[in-house]
Design a protein. Structure first.
Length: 255
């Protein structure tokens, strides 16, 4: 009788286990929750410079293949997709931005230029919180943060990047008035990927906790990546015209 009861118990246990719903993961829906740890990914090497270069090339190739499938909406506090976008750029990086102060972002731009990527930036000349003219030479009257900005921009220009101010006098809605800001935030790389961001390229918008000191707050910001050719072509034309500084009518172009 005890043997019979044991058999029945094991049968019931097996039936219960088989009837339990096992969560199924649809791999086609992988998105921002799946991260690629580019910096700390283990690559075997013995410290030799050639092997380190090979390891970096392997990382870059793996990241490029991973990134090629990444389109859609990303929560910045989960994944700073902008960093990966700069890492996979091979030929060109075009940026139009209001503020761009995150040190990781800046460092990745420098690294991109040094590996042969052409970088162009259109930036607002005057923000609400920062009146530093980063295209001018440092002076004794500048605050330390302003001097740092100027040195960074000078380094970019010295490496061959293009860095121009948004021409408010020509490009604001009412020509001749300074009452507007270039408030768009976008990156186009290799004419293949377009990133549009709700926040600036600052540490608080990226929620970049890897830096010291850490940002005082982490904003709720999002980034959207697309490979839509028509959208990229249009916004690339916007950047080209804004970079020239000549007045043009965006409203008529959109229509």
């Amino acid at each position: 009788m005890m043997k019979f009861n044991l058999v029945v118990f094991l049968w019931l246990l097996l039936a219960a286990a088989c009837s339990t719903t096992v969560p199924h993961r649809d791999l086609s829906s992988i998105h921002e929750a799946d991260t690629f740890d580019f910096e700390t990914m283990a690559i075997d090497d013995d410290g030799d410079d050639k092997n380190l270069e090979k390891a970096d090339a392997v990382k870059e190739g793996l990241l490029a293949r991973w990134f090629d499938k990444k389109v859609g909406l990303f929560n910045n506090s989960d994944k700073v997709i902008a960093f990966d976008l700069l890492k996979v750029a091979k030929k060109t990086i075009d940026i139009e931005i209001y503020e761009m102060k995150d040190p990781t972002f800046r460092d990745l731009l420098l690294k991109a230029i040094k590996r042969g990527v052409k970088v162009r930036i259109v930036k607002d000349s005057r923000t609400v919180a920062d009146t530093c003219d980063e295209l001018s030479e440092p002076t004794n009257l500048d605050k330390p943060a302003c001097i740092e900005e100027k040195v960074y921009v000078k380094t970019l220009l010295g490496l061959g990047a293009k860095y121009v101010y948004f021409n408010k006098q020509k490009l604001c809605a009412e020509e001749g008035k300074l009452g507007c800001y270039q408030h768009g935030k976008m990156i186009i790389t290799d004419n293949k990927y377009l990133l549009l961001s709700s926040g600036n390229f600052n540490s608080s918008s990226f929620c970049n906790l890897s830096i010291k000191p850490k940002p005082s707050n982490c904003n709720r910001d999002y980034s959207y990546i697309t490979k839509n050719k028509k959208v990229i072509e249009f916004l690339k034309s916007v950047l080209e015209k804004d970079m020239s500084g000549d007045r043009w009518n965006m409203k008529s172009d959109i229509a």
